[in-house]
Structures are given as structure tokens and as C-alpha cells.
Write a protein that binds this ligand. Structure first.
Ligand code: MOS
Length: 801
């Protein structure tokens, strides 16, 4: 081992704050895996049942818990009588803990403690106890046998949104993800405009409907709580557990290696986590609590219903001067979250007079929170249906109307867009869809018994970046073809989106290794804290921290063989010298090595009186191409030092530039002339979301968004009984999501883009872009088919007859 090796810093961290546009260095590789449509690296494990989900983890002596939900919408628990359980074999205990049981968990990045005190009931289905038994079946029977008496106040409960609208109050802007805003004089602008449209839109409560139910296996090792659980964001969920149970950070470990979908419902913890933790403590045994489908729908989180007002004022050519978007959503009393319906209204179209206003209604219904593009998914139903109606009113093609209202800058803040390709998306989508063939006259195309219609809508979803950390380590591994592997560690999750795959591509490219030489370790709170999966920021945030960790590792490898990092190319397990060093580029690894070597030598000289030669800086001069096998270079290396960390932080770019993904959805529908049945016949979507990491997973995300669009346009609606607050359609038989027969072949175009403001990978969030506007495209196609505008979603057939 050389002197240089001994002074390389141990696990240095490469940090980046996005304060300016940055270069991307995917080019220093021979791999070019990034961008390719490679299959999921975890696919074989998943389809062969070898990827265990939380409810499939088993620990010796494990017991099973089933939650008991309140049967009233408002009131208090007076007593819980468990005497009927004495006769059920296998029952262990009914656990109730009013101090710790959840009324509901707080959601998302908010990390405050869940509201406590389960003796008070705020909604029907609220968990009040957990029955623990030797088997799931016994626990289920026990949960049904528990007799609860209530001091019932249901007659005072708020159960009818229409009635409660008059009590709408201001939102808590601090706790929301959007804010009220006014530019110019919107109401006056509206009054002065020669052409106006003003409409109210209603969207219903919806449920995320992830395939995997919320489930937690909890056990304690001494004072440490270990939870195998199904979460989207490990770091903030761990904080919620710590807050709820008064534990410190060394006392909680959360693991979510695989998550079967979240769609927002697993951004925060759900009641089963706390129930499992408390029961495991009381019983001194591992306890698994897996929620049933009805419990998931009744007691986790939903998307709020909304009533939205859109008012637009423009001239005869359709050039908008006034855009108003007022939105009212609902939540439990004292909750901060509100549906940020107007997120993209701030910047999507021009207009000097603008207004975004939010109000909230308190309801005794399940917690409202983020679900599948919170905000845009329902907000763009209103905005994009209104734009379509305005285009009809003006007799202008809907694409042309949007083109005329393309702003040069963000019209609400007077800042530039980082990149904005709405027009390119509309053009490429229109071309593929055959929009020019469209018959704009409503109710004019009858094919057999079906009215045919086409419609389009713009898409937009804000792009964001969250602080995120990762570790990258190079290790000798004789089982690998090249004798070496890279291990990537971060508590980031893969909720079915493809994190394992796209991050493997990023690491493989930066380190010049085949993809099967990358070992991706995700979903464990003992690993460096990541952004988690939410808000479409996961790939960008967590991916960037992996990118930076790998770059740091490259610098260290280069320094190890005496080369500047900017002169090397890594490929197929080799380090190759391919150029000369650019002195304007700093190389922290080498500077550190040189600096520390010199100061170490000075220290040794001082202590020993020996005159050590000056360090061998000639080693860093170009003296002909060099080539080294990575496995040999690290063979004798101190393992600790082959590890590096990366950390990304959001910076000024988020404020100096409006960052968003854009797109356009096109739909063709058929409406049965007798029954009013609506079928989506085909859909084309074109989306621009910066550089694309993987065309397979990105396209799948868009498919998903378009399918959600079909759901929210035509079928999805959570229905609460207005008399007692009970959720009427609490399973997937009665809450309709689109199934294969409802979804035609979807056509996705990924429009080329590269955005240096977003992150060092130049990518943007894509997961939630396609849903934004998708339902509006379908609604606009329904109008074109039959000439009926529906303002109350979903558009079920009864609303057309
Ligand atoms: Mo998404 S609704 O932020 O998981």
C-alpha cells in the first residue's frame, strides 16, 4: 500500500446543491445503459414470488393482529367488551391503547406526531383496537366479536359535502403544497373581457387502490423496534413512528424492500404500524397486522373530493387575460393537507390577471392526503375541460387555443421555465393520433350504435427535488465475471416504479460495470436517508445522490491509479486513460490526496527529522494511455476507503426557474346511443420529462397515468353514506378502477428533452405527468361524441342520458 492510499479520505461525500445549471457526465462511459429500455432487474424475483412483501415476512412465534374499526362517524368509545372472545380458540389479547392508537397518521413529508387519543371518534372505520391471535383467522373472528359501546354524536357529524360547503374556511398555507395567489385584478379582468367562460367542476373522493394492502410485521429486540412495513418514504415514516411512540432514532428500524404500489397512500404510516408495534411490545412477540381491503379504504387515506371554479376571460382570438381557479376540498378537522388543485394553473397559460384560491371543508370522513398527482390530477380536469369549452365557444381548434396562450415566462412569478415543451408534445401527439382528421362538430359521427368522439388536453406536473443521500462501494467479488461489484445503499423505496432498475443503470454507467455487477440495497432505514418515493421526485432526488456517490468513487479510483478523474473512462471493468487533464477542472480526490500526502510527509519529517522526497506528482501527468482492471486496482485496497457517499440538495434553481414536465393526452371514445355506456377506444400521450433513464419504465409510468385518467374520468368514486358516514363501496368490486377490458392499447411518445436545471442527471419527474389532464382529454372526447358537457365526475352513463 502506498502513502497515497493511506491518506485517501475515508468515505468522502460528494455534495451538490442545485443552485445553477450543471453538466451531466453520463458521457464518460462506454456502457450507455442510461436511456435504454432494459427490463426490470427485480422482475424475475417478483414474478417467481421471491421478492417478499411485508405481510410475507415471517418471524418465529409470530402472532396476528386484526384491527377493529369504529362503527360511528363521531363520538366517543364508552367501553370495549371482549368477553365474547373467551370462547374463540387462539385469541391472545385485545390490545387498546388510547394514548398511542392513531386517529389517523399525518401524511407525506410532514413529520409531526400522529394525532393521539382513540377514545374520540372522528370518522367511521377509525381503528380503535387490535385483536391479536395465534392465527389470522382467529384474530378476524375476534375482531368481529368485540362489542364496543359508544357515546354517539353522529347527528352532529359533517357527512354531506354540499351542506358543509357554506362552512368552508381558509386553508393552512404552511401545511399545503400550494398557496393562494393573485396577479392583477382577476374579477375586473373577467368583467372587462369580451369573451368569458365560468364553470364549476366537482370531483369525488378517490382511493389509491394499491394492490398490496398496508401491512406491518413488528417486533422488538430489547428496546429497538423493527418494522417490516409497506411505505413509500422510509426516513419520514420512521420519524412518524419515533414521534408516535416516543422513541429515539436508534430505537426504530423500518424495512420496505418491496412495495406493491402506493399511489400516495403509503407516503405516511398507516394505523396498522402503530397497532403492530404496541401489540408486539405488550405480547413480547412479533405481531403482523395486515389490513383488509375494506380497512385500507376506510382507515388509511383518500384523495379529497373538490369543487372547483374556473373562470377565464379572453379576447375574440382566444388570448387569455384572466384566469381564475378557486378550489374547495375537504379533510378531517384540524388537518393541514388540502388538495392543491391549481398547482399548474399558476403557469400553464398566459394572462396578466390571475387568481388561485383554496378553501377547506371539515368533514367526518377518512383523512384526505396525497394521491396520484395530488393537485394536477383533478385540477387539470377542471382547467382543461374549461379550455376545451372555450375553444368550442370561440370555434378555435383546442390545440390552437393553447398555442395562442403559450407564455414566454411563468406568468405568475415572472421567472423563466427551465424547459417547456408543451407545444412539441401537442404537435407530436397530434401527428401520431391523427388529430388533423378530427371532426370538431359534436354528435356528428355515428358508427353502428356508437357515437364516436375525440378530445385532447394538456398535461403538466411540477418537478421537484428533495434532499437525498446514498453510498456507493466497490468490492472484490469473485462470483462476478469481472471480479468486482458495486454496492449501492440508500433507504429509497421501489414502489413498483422501477427504482432498482434505473438506479442500477445510473451506477453501472458511471462505474463502467455491467448491470448485473450492481447490487442495489434499498428500503432500509439503516441506510443513508433518501427522498423516498413521492411527488415524482424519487428518481431525480435519490438517483442524483447515487450519481454523486458514484462520481466520488470514480474520482477515488482515478486517484488510486494516479490519474485525474477527467482523463479516465470506465468501461467493462476497466479504467482507461483517454485524455489529458483540463486544469480548469478541480479534482477533489487528487487535490485531497496530494494535499494530505504533503502535510503527512511534513509531519513525518518534522517528527523524524528525515527529509522525505517531494510527492510523486509526475504520477498525475499524462505519459501515454494507461489501462487498469478495476478488480486488480481494488484487490489490495482497504475496503473502508472504497466507499463514497453522495448528497443532493434542492437549491436556487427551484426558485429561479419554473420546472415542470409537460405533455398532451389524446383520446377517442365511443358512447352507446341507447345505454350511454362509454368506452375509450384509443389514447395517445406525448410527454417531455427531461432525459429519460429507461424507456420501458418511463413508458410504463405513462401507461399508468393514462389508465388513472380513464379511472377518474369514467369510474372512480368513493361513496360515503350521508347518514352514518360509512364507506359504501369499500372493495375493488364496488370501487371501480379500470381493468384490462376498459383500457385500449395506449400509445406513448417520450419527447426528447434535456434539462440542466433539474439535477445532474437532467431528468424530471414523469410518474404523475400522464395522469394530469388525461381525464379531461376523455371528457372532452365524450363531449365531441355526444355534445354533452358533464361537470360532475366521474362521467357515468346516467349523466349522459
Ligand atoms: Mo405520490 S401521490 O406523491 O405518492
Amino acid at each position: 500500500m502506498s502513502l497515497l492510499d493511506s491518506v485517501l479520505p475515508s468515505e468522502p461525500t460528494k455534495k451538490m446543491t442545485m443552485n445553477e445549471p450543471v453538466d451531466s457526465s453520463f458521457t464518460n462511459t462506454t456502457n450507455n445503459l442510461v436511456g435504454k429500455a432494459i427490463n426490470r432487474v427485480d422482475g424475475p424475483l417478483k414474478v417467481s414470488g421471491q421478492a417478499p412483501y411485508s405481510a410475507e415476512i415471517y418471524r418465529d412465534n409470530q402472532a396476528y393482529g386484526v384491527l377493529v374499526g369504529a362503527k360511528i362517524a363521531k363520538g366517543h368509545v364508552e367501553s370495549i367488551d371482549s368477553s365474547a372472545l373467551d370462547d374463540i380458540p387462539g385469541i391472545i389479547k385485545v390490545v387498546t391503547d388510547p394514548k398511542h392508537f392513531l386517529r389517523n397518521p399525518q401524511q407525506g413529508t410532514a413529520t409531526k406526531a400522529p394525532t393521539q387519543g382513540a377514545s374520540e371518534i372522528f370518522y367511521h372505520g377509525q381503528p380503535i383496537a387490535v385483536v391479536v391471535a395465534e392465527t389470522f383467522e382467529a384474530a378476524t373472528e375476534g375482531a368481529q366479536a368485540v362489542r364496543v359501546t359508544y357515546k354517539d354524536e353522529t347527528e352532529q357529524a359533517a357527512l354531506d359535502f354540499a351542506k358543509e360547503l357554506s362552512n368552508a374556511h381558509e386553508v393552512n398555507e404552511k401545511e399545503g403544497s400550494d398557496k393562494n395567489a393573485v396577479n392583477g385584478d382577476p374579477e375586473q379582468g373577467l368583467a372587462d373581457s369580451p369573451v368569458t367562460i365560468e364553470r364549476f367542476y366537482h370531483t369525488p373522493n378517490q382511493t389509491s387502490a394499491a394492490m398490496e394492502p398496508h401491512a406491518t410485521l413488528a417486533y422488538w429486540e430489547e428496546d429497538k423496534l423493527i418494522l417490516y412495513t409497506s411505505n413509500q418514504m422510509i426516513a419520514s415514516c420512521k420519524q412518524q413512528i419515533m414521534d408516535a411512540l416516543d422513541l429515539n432514532k436508534d430505537q426504530v428500524q423500518m424495512i420496505a424492500h418491496y412495495v406493491g404500489g402506493g399511489f400516495g397512500s403509503k407516503l405516511g404510516i398507516a394505523p396498522e404500524s402503530i397497532a403492530a408495534a404496541i401489540a408486539a411490545k405488550e405480547l413480547d412477540r412479533p405481531v403482523l397486522v395486515c389490513m383488509t381491503r375494506p380497512q385500507v379504504m376506510e382507515a388509511t387515506v383518500k384523495r379529497s373530493n373538490t369543487r372547483q371554479r374556473i373562470a377565464i376571460g379572453c379576447d375574440e382570438q382566444g388570448v387569455i387575460n384572466t384566469l381564475i381557479h378557486d378550489s374547495i376540498s375537504s379533510n378531517l378537522p384540524d388537518e393541514g393537507f388540502f388538495e392543491p388543485s391549481a398547482l399548474s394553473t399558476h403557469y400553464l397559460y398566459r394572462g396578466e390577471n390571475r387568481q388561485v384560491n383554496y378553501q377547506q371543508v371539515d368533514m367526518n370522513q377518512l383523512l384526505s392526503g396525497s394521491m396520484r398527482a395530488p393537485g394536477e390530477a383533478v385540477g387539470m380536469i377542471a382547467l382543461e375541460c374549461a379550455m376545451d369549452e372555450l375553444a368550442t365557444q370561440l370555434d378555435i381548434d383546442p390545440i390552437e387555443l393553447r398555442r395562442r396562450n403559450e407564455p414566454e415566462k411563468d406568468p405568475s412569478q415572472d421567472i423563466p421555465f427551465s424547459t417547456r415543451q408543451l407545444i412539441a408534445c401537442m404537435e407530436q401527439g397530434a401527428e401520431r393520433f391523427g388529430w388533423s382528421e378530427r371532426n370538431a362538430k359534436p354528435a356528428s359521427q355515428l358508427e353502428g350504435d356508437w357515437w364516436i368522439g375525440t378530445g385532447m388536453a394538456a398535461s403538466s406536473r411540477g418537478n421537484s427535488l428533495q434532499q437525498s443521500e446514498a453510498r456507493a462501494t466497490l468490492q472484490v467479488d469473485k462470483s462476478k465475471e469481472l471480479g468486482v461489484k458495486a454496492v449501492i445503499e440508500t433507504d429509497m423505496t421501489d414502489i413498483g416504479t422501477g427504482s432498482y432498475t434505473v438506479f442500477s443503470q445510473v451506477a453501472a454507467d458511471l462505474l463502467g460495470l455491467p448491470i448485473d455487477h450492481i447490487e442495489m440495497k434499498l428500503g432500509d432505514s439503516e441506510l443513508p436517508p433518501a427522498s423516498g418515493s413521492g411527488g415524482s421526485f424519487g428518481a431525480a432526488s435519490s438517483g442524483s445522490s447515487i450519481y454523486l456517490a458514484c462520481e466520488q468513487l470514480r474520482d477515488m479510483i482515478a486517484a488510486k491509479v494516479g490519474l485525474y478523474a477527467d482523463t479516465i473512462q470506465l468501461g467493462n471493468g476497466y479504467i482507461k486513460q483517454v485524455g489529458t487533464h483540463n486544469p480548469s477542472k478541480t479534482d477533489t480526490a487528487i487535490e485531497t490526496v496530494k494535499g494530505q500526502a504533503e502535510s503527512l510527509k511534513d509531519k513525518i519529517s518534522e517528527k523524524t527529522g528525515l527529509a522525505l522526497p517531494k510527492s510523486d506528482t509526475s504520477k498525475y501527468d499524462f505519459d501515454g494511455p494507461k489501462s487498469y482492471a478495476l478488480a486488480e486496482v481494488i484487490a489490495d485496497y482497504d475496503e473502508q476507503k472504497l466507499s463514497a457517499k453522495g448528497q443532493i440538495k434542492p437549491g436556487k434553481n427551484g426558485k429561479s426557474h419554473r420546472q415542470a414536465s409537460f405533455g398532451a393526452n389524446f383520446a377517442e371514445v365511443a358512447v352507446h346511443k341507447v345505454t350511454g355506456e362509454i368506452r375509450v377506444k384509443r389514447m395517445t400521450g406525448a410527454f417531455a420529462a427531461g432525459r429519460i433513464l429507461n424507456h420501458n419504465t418511463a413508458t410504463s409510468q405513462c401507461y399508468g397515468g393514462m389508465v388513472f385518467g380513464i379511472g377518474s374520468a369514467l369510474m372512480e368514486e368513493v361513496i360515503h353514506d350521508k347518514r352514518d358516514g360509512r364507506l359504501c363501496n369499500h372493495d375493488l368490486a364496488e370501487y371501480h378502477v379500470p381493468v384490462n377490458a376498459d383500457v385500449p392499447q395506449l400509445d406513448v411518445i417520450l419527447v426528447e428533452e434535456d434539462d440542466p436545471y433539474t439535477n445532474p442527471m437532467h431528468i424530471k419527474g414523469i410518474g404523475e405527468t400522464a395522469i394530469s389532464g388525461a381525464a379531461a382529454a376523455i371528457a372532452n372526447a365524450v363531449y365531441n361524441a355526444v355534445g354533452v358537457r358533464v361537470y360532475e365526475f366521474p362521467i357515468t352513463l346516467d349523466k349522459l342520458l
